[in-house]
Design a protein around this ligand. Structure first.
Ligand code: AKG
Ligand code: FE2
Length: 377
């Protein structure tokens, strides 16, 4: 893991964007340097090995297609903890070039909304530093927080990342600047939440539970949905910088989009794998609370964000969790099987307590989940 060499964050650095734009910057400041080179040893996986799920088949396929997709979803959660979800059905993408018509039925999130939300977030990061400071927040559970790195109060070396984090459900918040972000974010959040709930229905079924199981058990009607925009400006020495360190996400499912510049890596079978960019799709990863609920059948995936020297990368991660007061523990139905009883591998924990714990500490692998793990599974 990284050797942290410096502390604390100088008070004049409120954003990595400003630092990255300083004239004549040719090397990373010591405050933003990790050694050794963290980028080495990334495995490339053969094209097509990352699972792809076609949502249209989950929503409106024949019963046979649907059960096949549920099975694929389960396999993706089990083998990868990660999959690419197509929001334009693949048949539409394939036919678009020849038909040149707009789809009559589109089960996904419109492409235009994706570019608008990315533009809106870019507008936020481009605000003057003082304006962004208005949305700084004071506590990890404040509904709007913006800043740099992950948690500068506990870090010794800082990530090449600025962020905006906003609670968008069950109560919708939004920064008041830039103009228009509020409306776009509301629509985007609603559309993405619908998709996440559809996926969680399929995931419930793939565990052999009722489709509505997760929805009901974790009170998703009041589920916490958190919008996280990440900005990773170009970096003079990307091999010595880190956008986001290895971590798993709290919650059930995170749906991520990016601005066409890759940087996300996931850990698969102990090796780091580049995810790259996929147009017309969300990148979906399983979170710690799906791991707890499934008693370790679906492990949350470790992932990290790398930076580059060529272009500013942006990503928007939408985290979907239980309601804040839900206590999450392994589903009792999964603890009994034909072969006898299976012990619970995690203790129950209130989602709010977990969220607070994860957000107030260093982002460090799966260390937060380890605190509720009873035995190795
Ligand atoms: O930027 C990325 O690709 C990853 C972001 C991420 O992991 C997060 O916001 O939790
Ligand atoms: Fe993440």
């Amino acid at each position: 893991m990284a050797v942290e060499t410096a502390s604390p964050l100088p008070s004049n650095i409120t954003s990595i964007k400003t630092l990255a734009e300083s004239p004549g910057l040719t090397s990373n400041p010591a405050t933003h340097t990790f050694t050794p080179d963290l980028h080495g040893q990334v495995t490339s996986v053969p094209e097509g090995s990352i699972p792809v799920i076609d949502y249209s088949l989950l929503i409106s396929g024949t019963p046979g297609q649907r059960s096949e997709i549920v099975h694929e979803l389960g396999r993706a959660c089990q083998d990868w903890g990660f999959f690419v979800y197509l929001f334009f059905p693949s048949f539409y993408v394939a036919r678009k070039a020849t038909l040149r018509t707009e789809p009559v039925i589109n089960h996904g999130v419109p492409q235009k909304l994706l570019s608008s939300i990315l533009d809106g977030c870019r507008g936020f990061f481009d605000l003057e530093e003082e304006e962004k400071q208005e949305f700084k927040g004071n506590h990890v559970l404040d509904p709007i927080r913006s800043g740099t790195s992950f948690n500068v109060s506990v870090e010794k070396a800082f990530y090449w990342r600025d962020f905006l984090k906003v609670f968008v459900h069950p109560v919708f918040y939004s920064p008041t600047k830039p103009a228009g972000l509020n409306e776009i974010s509301l629509e985007y959040s609603q559309r993405v939440r619908e998709v996440a709930r559809g996926l969680l229905k399929g995931i419930s079924e793939s565990l052999g539970l009722e489709g509505s199981y997760i929805d009901k058990a974790l009170d998703l009607e009041r589920g916490k949905q958190i919008f996280i925009a990440n900005l990773y400006p170009t970096c003079p020495q990307p091999e010595l910088a880190m956008g986001m360190p290895p971590h798993s996400d709290h919650g059930l499912l995170t749906l991520l989009i990016q601005n066409g510049i890759g940087g996300l890596q996931i850990q698969h079978k102990g090796k780091w794998v580049n995810v790259g960019t996929h147009s017309n799709s969300f990148l979906v990863n399983t979170g710690d609370h799906l791991e707890i609920l499934s008693n370790g059948r679906y492990k949350s995936v470790l992932h990290r964000a790398m930076v580059n020297s060529k272009g500013t990368r942006m990503s928007i991660a939408m985290a979907h969790g239980p309601s804040l007061d839900s206590v999450v523990s392994p589903a009792p139905e999964l603890l009994v099987s034909g072969e006898g009883d299976e012990p619970a591998a995690y203790i129950g924990i209130k989602y709010k307590d977990y969220l607070e714990l994860q957000q107030s500490n260093k982002l460090d692998g799966k260390s937060c989940l380890d605190r509720v793990r009873i035995s190795a599974v």
